[in-house]
Design a protein around this ligand. Structure first.
Ligand SMILES: Nc1ncnc2c1ncn2[C@@H]1O[C@H](COP(=O)(O)OP(=O)(O)OP(=O)(O)O)[C@@H](O)[C@H]1O
Length: 239
């Protein structure tokens, strides 16, 4: 479904993240973990063709859905929740064609799946952070992806929305959809991941969470900064 081999990714020829080697199969959850600025978003963007694969090899099997970071969007954009979700039909339909009944049905089903059907006409920017994130998830679902990429999906998200999102993600993997999810929350990484890719400028480890999220590997990858351990503690580690 998704395979990177000794890849370097970055922008305009300059690498941001190197030594990326991993493999994820259908119905698996890959968590990209690492501190702020580690290159997690860049790795996700490389899967979308929005960042460059500068060397090595990347194989991506679509169709691919994308849930961007909430902060990347302008909440003042005058568009309703339902219209945002309908945008997810651009690719399957062709953006130049008018929306069909089937598109509108698919969008309504996606919005219902994240439990926001009654908010369809509400302006996107008036929803809470958690609700906006669920709308963005619904937009990605409307495109019927087999590979779903989520960039920090729980940032600025309330507990109710986080639970709703996790519930949908678990249904998706049960249907064989592959998930790639970035987070700097190591507890969340441990809870959700089948496999974890730990990055910070380069890939430091890849494998099951029990191996990758060990204190020793984290110390190496984080290089002596404050880290949130998977058991909920935050510790300061010397460089
Ligand atoms: N479009 C871009 N062009 C050039 N450099 C960029 C671009 N976007 C990000 N970078 C740089 O790439 C590095 C990694 O950023 P990235 O957003 O991938 O990290 P991250 O792990 O997702 O961090 P965060 O958790 O803060 O989102 C940063 O130094 C950033 O300045």
């Amino acid at each position: 479904m998704l395979r990177y081999h000794q890849a370097a990714v970055g922008y305009r020829g300059v690498p941001v993240l190197t030594d990326v080697t991993f493999e994820v199969g259908p119905g698996q959850i890959l968590v990209l973990a690492g501190p702020n600025g580690a290159g997690k978003s860049t790795l996700i963007k490389s899967m979308l063709g929005q960042a460059e694969v500068l060397s090595g090899k990347a194989t991506i099997d679509g169709p691919t859905g994308y849930v961007p970071q909430l902060g990347d969007l302008d909440p003042d954009f005058p568009i309703s929740a339902g219209q945002v979700v309908l945008m997810g039909r651009y690719r399957p339909r062709g953006w130049w064609r008018p929306t069909s009944k089937a598109d509108r049905r698919a969008a309504a089903t996606a919005l219902a799946r994240v439990d926001l059907q009654e908010r369809s006409r509400v302006r996107f920017g008036l929803l809470s952070g958690g609700q906006r994130q669920r709308v963005l998830l619904a937009r990605a679902l409307a495109s019927e992806p087999r590979l779903l990429l989520l960039d920090e999906p729980f940032n600025g998200v309330d507990v109710v929305s986080q639970q709703a999102i996790v519930g949908v993600l678990r249904e998706l993997v049960a249907d064989g959809v592959t998930l790639v999810l970035s987070t700097h929350d190591l507890g969340l990484a441990r809870d959700l991941a089948d496999v974890v890719c730990l990055v910070n400028g380069r890939q430091w480890a890849f494998g099951p969470p029990s191996e990758v999220l060990s204190a020793e590997t984290l110390r190496l990858a984080y290089g002596g900064h404050a880290i949130d351990l998977p058991d909920g503690r935050t510790v300061l580690v010397d460089p």
